[in-house]
Write a protein that binds this ligand. Structure first.
Ligand SMILES: [Zn+2]
Ligand SMILES: [Zn+2]
Length: 261
């Protein structure tokens, strides 16, 4: 029996469709041993409708604490998915460090004023090569900031299926090396399958770099509704095993442990 976790889920506290409770039964049905919520938190800029307002952090923590106490079948963890902004490292770090979290996912959604996953319009009329290169630069800064335990969907810029002409191999290699150096985990995020990309993040072609560098991995669904908890996990674990992974990262109060699968 494989030990399985899903640490990337959104409830009504950010842009998910359901209460945290509603994710438990599907998680049990999917054979998960742990679930964790990771509401969107965007610091130092006006929250948009998909973000949790910082004033809701306390109620969120209490809610998940209660759910943890009342759930016997699996472990319930408290996380956040926090936007990374270059230049704001110290502010983000000091805001987050006192919070009672099991893990923090760091994600790059914003490039300038817009998020790269908002819609394909963002890509129209722009150099796809430049967009990819700057996206990877930002993710590298998120990694080296060491603010985060897990880097979320590290190549989200693929979401709408745009393909750059430049060779991406050096970017992925550098990313994997930096994650190893800064002791940060990455996620195999299955939600890309539900987007125009129709595949996981990161690009499966380059997963072996992460394996070679022994970067710790989590499999996450990025579920915004209960029916997507643990979605495509059989395939995800099979892929990881094929690439040579045999253990995964679990988190408790921001301490990482590796569990074989
Ligand atoms: Zn995200
Ligand atoms: Zn997410």
């Amino acid at each position: 029996m494989i030990y399985r976790t899903d640490y990337h889920m959104h409830s009504l506290y950010s842009d998910g469709r359901s209460n945290p409770e509603d994710y438990v039964a599907p998680a049990i049905a999917a054979g998960l041993n742990e679930i964790g919520f990771s509401e969107h938190l965007t610091l130092f800029r006006d929250p948009e409708d998909w973000n949790m307002k910082p004033v809701n952090l306390e109620p969120y923590f209490k809610h998940i604490d209660n759910l943890r106490v009342n759930t016997k079948e699996l472990k319930v963890k408290t996380g956040l998915e926090v936007d990374f902004f270059p230049g704001k490292e110290d502010d983000i770090r000091s805001f987050l460090s006192p919070l009672p979290l099991d893990y923090i996912i760091g994600s790059v959604h914003y490039m300038g004023e817009t998020t790269v996953d908002h819609g394909p319009d963002f890509y129209e009329g722009k150099s796809i090569d430049k967009l990819f290169a700057s996206y990877f630069e930002m993710v590298l800064s998120a990694v080296s900031s060491q603010i985060f335990d897990i880097i979320g969907h590290c190549d989200l810029i693929r979401i709408f299926g745009y393909k750059p002409t430049i060779d991406l191999e050096p970017f992925y290699r550098k990313l994997a090396e930096s994650m190893r150096k800064h002791n940060v985990a990455f996620e195999l995020n299955t939600n890309g399958r539900n987007r125009p990309l129709a595949d996981f993040y990161p690009d499966r072609k380059f997963l072996y770099f992460f394996r070679e560098e022994h970067v710790p991995v989590c499999v996450n669904s990025d579920a915004h509704m209960p029916m997507r908890v643990g979605q495509y996990f059989d395939e995800a674990y099979e892929l990881l095993r094929y690439v040579g992974f045999n253990e995964m990262a679990v988190f408790d109060k921001r301490v990482r442990k590796m569990v074989p699968f």
